[in-house]
Write a protein that binds this ligand. Sequence first.
Ligand SMILES: *[C@@H]1O[C@H](CO)[C@@H](O)[C@H](O)[C@H]1NC(C)=O
Ligand SMILES: [Zn+2]
Ligand SMILES: [Zn+2]
Length: 345
Amino acid sequence: MDFLTLFSVYVAVVLTCIVLVCKYSGQQQTPLGRLFNTVTQVASPWIPQCIQNISNRTVHRLFHQRNNFFIYLHLILEAAVYAEYSYEVFQFCLEMETTMVNVCVPYVLLAIKSCIFYLCCRRDPGTLTKKNHAAQLKVYQYDEQLFQEGSMCPTCQFVKPARSKHCRVCNRCVQRFDHHCIWVNNCIGAQNTRYFLLYLLSVCAMAGDIVVLTGDMLFHVVVRSGLMHARYIDEQGQEQPSGLLFIIQHLFLTFPRIVFMLGFLVFVFFLLAGYSLFHCYLAVVNQTSNEWFKRKGHSCQHCHPGSGHHSHTSYNPMRGFYNKGILKNLKEVFWPLSPTRKKDN
Ligand SMILES: *[C@@H]1O[C@H](CO)[C@@H](O)[C@H](O)[C@H]1NC(C)=O
Ligand SMILES: [Zn+2]
Ligand SMILES: [Zn+2]
């Protein structure tokens, strides 16, 4: 395959990944998600009805019903990356005096991540049942802003405890609801936010580590082969010094799979690093993403720029009424409040 074909395939795959992730990661408020919605709306008159129906049904089944599709997708991608790493990078790294310990770190990270992932998927996020409901009502106080005292969940037929929300995908109310994550096929709530956070961080670590090792390997290949000082003959028969573009092109054609993997991992790393930072921030300021999005919507409705008076003070999470300090907030994420272990005022 020539460089251009390979490169177009590459760009197409990456762009599809970005669009899919943004559209369906459960946070449709992202700018890219909105862009995607607009594009689909504009394009819909040109798409035949039957295709639209099929795709609507698929979307419904994949994203609005519980299913393990993304868990499998996840495992397949992971297997592909690790196969590639073991098959091509591992051996090479050993040859160029990278120590055994360094080369094995990705496997250790994989083991850790798999445990956390399992916990995150399997652990009950804090489902509200008839039995624990009365006790759960006492865990958090109502703030009368986002959570009104006495509001009912029409499906579950009971009064919603503060900070809880009904998950439409799982059809249950969840305590300290964060969001429903399709990648773990579970809600993220009081009891598994910690695993979710650790899971994000461990995937970042995994991707980052493999990126560093692979980058190091490619760098050594370039240095060893003397490509940096090489010259090539162009179409006019002139001798040209090899530039960065030439080296990238060369690597692309010599190690297409490795470069592909590297690009994918860099993408995953930055995406998840941003997302992890967001979730760390939320943990530190004692908020859930559900509250964060609601609060954003809330203040937008009421704050008319230039309207003169502000009847309500805008919420500042860092100095919020519920924020009792970073350590206490983190403690609450890692040791969720439960009715038996009530918070100490
Ligand atoms: C976190 O916020 C909730 C209200 O949303 C509050 O009841 C709780 O005490 C806060 N926890 C900490 C550790 O600040
Ligand atoms: Zn409910
Ligand atoms: Zn759910």
